[in-house]
Design a binder for this molecule. Structure first.
Ligand code: SF4
Length: 322
């Protein structure tokens, strides 16, 4: 039971472990993170790092056969112990997700108005008149007119449709918004508009935002704090600016070197060599050792301690300055 004046986090993940059938090691291995109301936190990593699984766990969207440990509290309630009815109510109320590809998330044969209102009407959160009014208000909040309520998804550009998705995610007045690579499928102009919009809406509605991306530059631009994930663990955490200017984990530094920067010197962009470790193989030592230019014998034998910097030999300065 929370004390009345105690501030409940929008999201509070503690020691989350997730095993998949056939995997030799946990796909998520002791993930800890919080998102306060009105705060934006970014989760950054390559594909397969566990960042999307972590964010989806906040909606109880787990892969078939997954077993879990730890806790995932949304607005103080553990999602991992919820039954189907409470999960459905959660997904149309306190937590919502904006996905990467808006076209894959809508039924092309249903009008935008039906898409926006069906979740809150089905679960009884709002009646028809209130749902219609809220849909029009939220379209306005994302910079679109009420005439769109009668249009079909195919009549909208990708950028407009992603705005509709964001309006839809806000229908249930969520405390937590999960945005999983929400700009990847958009053109550059729409990307910038959606990022600016998410920032405005967070301030206006006080929603906590967990922003999932492979792009460390984008993460630093939009968020207050950043967590970097590798092979199912958070390897470095910190304020966005500090982490972007002075990464201490070699993987963060490698991600940064692979991120286009406006102020970068020519020829400094470098892909990260090698692949993340296969889930079918158990790991001894640091999961990044096979790809890390700073790896020593110790790194191959012993897993480094927990974050803020899960590394035996953290960097002291920004390697871009070397
Ligand atoms: Fe590299 Fe060793 Fe640090 Fe792992 S623990 S990131 S291998 S230096």
């Amino acid at each position: 039971m929370n004390h009345p004046e105690e501030r409940v986090n929008a999201l509070d993940i503690r020691g989350l472990r997730l095993h998949l059938p056939g995997a030799a090691r946990p796909v998520l291995d002791g993930v800890d993170l919080t998102v306060a109301p009105g705060e934006t936190v970014a989760l950054v990593g390559e594909s397969g790092s566990g960042k999307s699984l972590t964010s989806r766990s906040a909606l109880g969207l787990l892969p078939p056969g997954a077993t879990t440990g730890g806790s995932v509290l949304v607005d103080g309630e553990d999602v991992l112990t919820m039954g189907p009815d409470r999960l459905r109510a959660l997904r149309t109320g306190r937590a919502a997700m904006v996905f990467q590809d808006p076209r894959a998330a809508v039924n092309p044969l249903r009008r935008i108005g039906d898409f926006l209102t069906e979740g809150v009407r089905r679960t009884g959160v709002l009646g028809k008149a209130d749902a219609d009014r809220r849909a029009a208000e939220l379209l306005d909040a994302v910079g679109l007119g009420p005439e769109l309520l009668r249009r079909y998804p195919g009549q909208l550009s990708g950028g407009m449709l992603q705005r509709v998705m964001i309006a839809g995610a806000l229908m249930g007045d969520p405390v937590l918004l999960l945005a999983d690579e929400p700009t990847t499928a958009l053109d550059v102009t729409s990307q910038a508009e959606v990022i600016a919009l998410l920032g405005q809406l967070r301030e206006r509605f006080g929603t906590g935002l967990l922003f999932v991306t492979h792009d460390l530059g984008l993460a630093a631009a939009i968020s207050d704090r950043v967590h970097v994930m590798y092979a199912g663990r958070i390897v470095e955490s910190g304020p966005a600016e500090a982490l972007f200017e002075r990464p201490r984990h070699p993987y963060t530094a490698a991600l940064l070197a692979a991120t286009p920067r406006l102020d970068a010197r020519p020829g400094r962009l470098a892909a990260i060599d090698g692949q993340p470790p296969d889930l079918r193989q158990d790991l001894t030592g640091c999961a990044f050792a096979a790809r890390c230019p700073y790896a020593t014998g110790l790194c191959h034998e012993e897993a480094p301690g927990p974050w803020p910097v899960a590394c035996h030999h953290p960097l002291e300065g920004n390697p871009a300055d070397d």
